[in-house]
Design a protein around this ligand. Structure first.
Ligand SMILES: NC(=O)c1ccc[n+]([C@@H]2O[C@H](COP(=O)([O-])OP(=O)(O)OC[C@H]3O[C@@H](n4cnc5c(N)ncnc54)[C@H](O)[C@@H]3O)[C@@H](O)[C@H]2O)c1
Ligand SMILES: O=c1ccn([C@@H]2O[C@H](COP(=O)(O)OP(=O)(O)O[C@H]3O[C@H](CO)[C@@H](O)[C@H](O)[C@H]3O)[C@@H](O)[C@H]2O)c(=O)[nH]1
Length: 480
């Protein structure tokens, strides 16, 4: 029986391995992690991450050919194929701080693989890494190998959170990069055989190592660039009276452009886009390409601009101050159908409002108070380390309360900010909400989920990203 081990039981390692176990019942899959609470949760009824469809897949295979364990060394030693899906945070100190990827966790995993291995192995980069990481990993493995043969493959993951199971079942493509040698080719074929159980062959793309590593960074940069492009247009729409939804629709009808990923928003979040672009920028700079680096940096600058523009809009509309005012925050996760808050735009918006002394009442159906308080107290980039290595959060932010209901969050509030596009926010009883709010009552829709006209009829002053402005808002311009 082929044995697979995956180091790192996170958002990628957990779902990816669960789907491999489901599709390949004759392969034994072990997912290992240094975090004891994470592994305990994977072995319990409450999985450590919320992802539609995941519970079902895990329940079908756990204890049969899918195992979660903290015995990292044993499972690595026994495996034929070792996936590495550990954290690759942005460096906060030293060379490349604020941009370069911190490969500490990757390096320690590679050294451990070399230490414990007694048979030849294929080592698969699943984490997103800088171009040429495979070369560094290869050096660590071969210099410590005691005669064992390691083949390194790059097999970046393209799943998006909230749709991970669907994406893994029907990926647009699976990408496998390897050395262009007979042994490298053989390793590529071994891994291809695993995916070919459920992915059509023509969708499994093979390439050299460096193309595979760079394709992952490029794909995320292109996706984020689309969002920054439409968000840049949203600012122009507000200034001119155009409607960004109509503009996106018209632009997206061009088959060369396509309709997906053109939703204007308060900004993109998530653990990948900003981190991967910063990483790309750093690689460009290191390769003497400052113009290319600056081009991609602009995608992040527009994203930051969009978030601060939103905060300024809230403050300026409410007579230029939110000091002491209760603002309801509906949605804290970085997108719907996930409880993940990594780099969520809600953190920057909340911090901006707190900076103007607002009182916040936050509701998200999947994010608890402890997480929100940690996020609001945490330093930039600290979130991307294994949880038990993250600095302990200082005392809770006092002006923030977290509630478990949108009606409680909005009671007596002066304004509402919608920061995640949860479906339930579309069908709230806004008349009931209006009646229990301070007047004038404001809604700032950072995701364009509400029917603005209906809300205006109730009496709300409504701001929707990239839409023609209410007279009230026109009279109170927000300078970013
Ligand atoms: N989250 C996504 O949607 C996504 C998608 C594609 C790629 N990626 C990339 O995949 C990688 C993992 O991302 P994630 O979101 O799963 O992160 P995560 O933080 O959820 O999981 C990483 C896990 O690795 C564990 N770990 C770290 N060092 C270890 C070691 N030496 N031994 C054993 N376990 C160790 C941590 O405890 C943690 O549980 C990153 O490089 C990320 O950029 C993420
Ligand atoms: O039209 C859009 C689409 C998305 N977003 C926002 O963009 C962010 C990222 O969304 P999405 O890409 O759907 O989620 P992720 O889970 O971050 O997935 C991205 O990052 C992963 C990690 O690398 C990749 O594997 C995926 O292919 C890539 O889509 C979220 O805040 C979304 O709300 C918008 O504002 N407008």
């Amino acid at each position: 029986m082929v044995k697979i081990c995956c180091i790192g039981a996170g958002y990628v390692g957990g779902p990816t391995m669960a789907v491999i176990a489901l599709k390949c019942p004759d392969i034994e899959v072990a997912v290992v992690d240094i975090s004891v609470p994470r592994i305990s949760a994977w072995n319990s009824d409450t999985l450590p991450i919320y992802e539609p469809g995941l519970d079902d897949v895990v329940k079908q295979r756990r204890g049969k050919n899918l195992f979660f364990s903290t015995d990292v060394e044993k499972h690595v030693m026994e495996a034929d194929i070792v996936f590495v899906s550990v954290n690759t945070p942005t460096k906060t100190q030293g060379l490349g701080a604020g941009k370069a990827a911190d490969l500490t966790y990757w390096e320690s995993a590679a050294r451990m693989i070399a230490d414990v291995s007694k048979s030849d192995k294929i080592v698969v980069e699943k984490s997103t890494v800088p171009v040429k990481t495979a070369e560094a990993i290869e050096k660590i493995l071969t210099h410590n190998s005691k005669g064992i043969n390691f083949q390194i493959l790059s097999n970046p993951e393209f799943l998006a959170e909230g749709t991970a199971i669907q994406d893994l079942f029907n990926p647009d493509r699976v990408l496998i990069g390897g050395r262009e040698t007979p042994a490298g080719e053989k390793a590529i074929q071994e891994l291809k055989k695993v995916y070919a159980r459920w992915v059509p062959e023509e969708q499994i793309i093979c390439s050299n190592l460096w193309s595979a590593e760079l394709s992952k960074l490029a794909a995320n940069a292109f996706l984020a660039q689309r969002i920054s492009s439409v968000n840049a247009m949203s600012a122009l729409c507000e200034a001119t009276g155009a409607d960004v939804t109509q503009v996106s629709h018209a632009v997206g009808k061009d088959t060369r452009i396509g309709p997906k990923f053109l939703n204007a928003s308060v900004g993109f979040g998530g653990s990948c886009f900003q981190k991967d672009i910063l990483n790309l920028v750093y690689i460009c700079e290191c390769n003497g390409l400052p113009e290319v680096a600056n081009y991609w940096k602009q995608v992040i600058k527009i994203n930051d601009y969009q978030k601060s523009r939103f905060v300024n809009r809230v403050v300026s509309s409410m007579f230029n101050t939110v000091s002491g005012k209760k603002i309801a925050i509906l949605g804290f996760a970085f997108k719907k159908d996930t409880g993940d808050t990594r780099e969520t735009p809600a953190i920057d918006v909340c911090k901006g409002l707190l900076g103007d002394k607002a009182r916040l009442s936050i509701y998200d159906p999947q994010v608890n108070e402890e997480q929100i308080q940690r996020d609001l107290a945490m330093k930039k980039f600290d979130w991307d380390h294994p949880i038990h290595l993250q600095p302990l959060s200082p005392t809770a932010v006092k002006q923030v309360s977290v509630v478990w209901d949108a009606y409680a969050a909005t009671k007596d509030a002066h304004g509402i900010c919608i920061l995640t596009e949860w479906d339930e926010f579309k069908s709230l009883d806004y008349k009931k909400i209006y009646d229990q709010m301070q007047k004038p009552a404001f809604v700032f829709d950072g995701r364009n989920v509400v029917d603005a006209e209906k809300l205006r009829q109730i009496g709300f002053i409504v701001y929707s990203i990239g839409k023609p402005l209410d007279d009230w808002l026109k009279d109170m311009p927000a300078i970013a």
